[in-house]
Design a protein around this ligand. Structure first.
Ligand SMILES: O=P(O)(O)OC[C@H]1O[C@@H](O)[C@H](O)[C@@H](O)[C@@H]1O
Length: 460
């Protein structure tokens, strides 16, 4: 992404937490090594009492960057830590008073604390030019998302809010734009006449990873579908934007999300949910989800869900969009799959089953076109040939891309307020159907592919 004005101070609220150590700081290290951000200073803010030295040690460990590199060394040397409460007006005011110049503040905080911090900020004179970078969830349902947007709208003019979605920083996710719009071959088939079905699947072999405090309240629908996978759907289904600038892209994405609904008229028919029971994935042994540390067994949290959506646009009439995501699944499958229709006039006499379509891997990042051709050893039998990209592994990881955008003032890799609300509106009927117990909570053993009766589970 193009680099614009480099911001001077990057503040991480929740610097002593898990998100900062696992994702943000490694992303920052990568950005620094590749993009040489020389004018960056870093301030860590957290509730625990850390000395500057301790914070620098943590930075060094988490950034995974070359310590000998002069930029890394200078970032480390200038990094400071401050013990503060991100929801306290006095603490935040002291932060602004001490940091001259524009500041980008990243909220690496649990959702409720981030929300309370925004409430505090909304009543303060936040200096113009400040950037607030927020992580999902942007609300917990449609109503709270609207309230949250209204709260953010109360921030003073000149304060920018960036709703981060790191999936938009995945190379192959953004590559959907070039793929669709820069190739006549794909542009011309991107239509219900040629596309039969779209799947966006993010099945992970990972389970809770110590995040029960967050995940047990969220579940797979809120954690993955309502946020990341709907952004991916928007990129697949949107009409061509005027430009690939953030405003045009956000408008086109919000428009298509506005047109997206659950499939058919009954959300209970269009959604499934399940959670894992004891099992193992490779050498990792998982207990029953309900027995995991920090889980409230009374909550009916799903760890796997599959929903079918429709996009009410002429281009997509009748094409199901299946979004699925699960934890503790036996095999990672993290890809977009676009199934093409059978040709309309296939001459009689061919044999063999084939796949026709496009698969876009989110992890590993790769693009595969499945085409039907004749076999070499049986000339009238068809087989599938994979035309695959070499590794399209991004130069930067998703978090590094997202952080680069925040520091450069480019909002492309973020979610606008209308997009966030539209995503909640889409899942609302599903949440209601589940709350009314109209969709059973099924089970699958950890390490399996999900309940065996689910059709997508069978899909390869
Ligand atoms: O594969 P990535 O980029 O780590 O993203 C997946 C993760 O994305 C996060 O936003 C979800 O909260 C996690 O549950 C999920 O595992």
């Amino acid at each position: 992404m193009g680099r614009m004005a480099t911001r001077r101070t990057f503040v991480i609220l929740g610097a002593d937490g898990d998100l900062a150590a696992r994702l943000l700081l490694p992303g920052l290290g990568q950005l620094l090594m590749h993009d040489r951000r020389s004018r960056l200073t870093l301030m860590g803010v957290g509730r625990s009492a850390l000395s500057d030295d301790e914070w620098r040690r943590r930075l060094r460990a988490a950034m995974r960057a070359d310590e000998e590199d002069p930029l890394v060394a200078s970032l480390e040397a200038s990094a400071h830590y401050r013990q503060a409460d991100a929801t306290s007006r006095d603490d935040l005011q002291a932060l602004f008073d001490d940091l001259p110049g524009p500041v980008a503040i990243y909220f690496a905080l649990p959702p409720s604390v981030a929300h309370a911090a925004c409430e505090t900020l909304a009543g303060m004179d936040v200096p113009p030019g400040t950037v607030l970078a927020l992580e999902k969830p942007f609300g917990t349902d449609l109503e709270s998302a609207r309230e949250f947007n209204a709260l953010l709208a109360r921030l003073p003019d000149g304060v920018r809010v960036v709703r981060v979605d790191h999936f938009l920083g995945k190379t192959t996710v953004l590559a959907l734009t070039g793929l669709r719009f820069a190739n006549h071959m794909f542009e011309s088939v991107w239509h219900r006449d040629h596309i039969e079905r779209v799947e966006v699947v993010f099945d992970e072999s990972l389970a809770l990873e110590g995040r029960a405090g967050y995940y047990d309240r969220a579940g797979a629908l809120r954690d993955m579908i309502q946020s990341h996978l709907l952004q991916v759907l928007a990129l697949i289904a949107m009409e061509p934007p005027e430009s690939v600038g953030s405003e045009d892209m956000h408008r086109a994405m919000a428009e298509v999300l506005e047109r997206t609904r659950v499939w058919g008229s009954d959300a209970s028919e269009a959604s499934r949910r399940a959670r894992y029971t004891a099992g193992s994935v490779g050498s990792r042994v998982f207990p029953d989800y309900a027995a995991e540390d920090g889980v409230d067994p009374a909550r009916e949290t799903e760890t796997l869900t599959e929903v079918t959506l429709q996009v009410n646009a002429d281009r997509w009439h009748g094409v199901p969009f299946v979004l699925r995501s699960g934890k503790a699944i036996g095999r990672d499958r993290e890809e977009i799959s676009i199934t093409l229709r059978e040709p309309s006039a296939l001459p009689r006499g061919f044999s063999g089953e084939v796949r026709r379509g496009l698969r876009i891997g989110m992890k590993p990042e790769r693009i595969v076109l499945d085409v039907a051709v004749n076999r070499a050893d049986d000339l009238l039998a068809l087989r599938t040939v994979e035309l695959a990209s070499r590794s399209t592994e991004g130069r930067l990881g998703a978090y590094a891309e997202v952080l680069g955008g925040i520091l450069d003032g480019d909002e492309l890799l973020s979610v606008s307020g209308p997009m966030a609300e539209a995503c909640w509106r889409i899942v609302t009927p599903i949440l209601e159907a589940w709350a009314e117990d109209r969709v059973p909570l099924e089970e699958y053993p950890a390490g399996s592919r999900g309940p065996s009766s689910w059709p997508t589970t069978q899909h390869d």
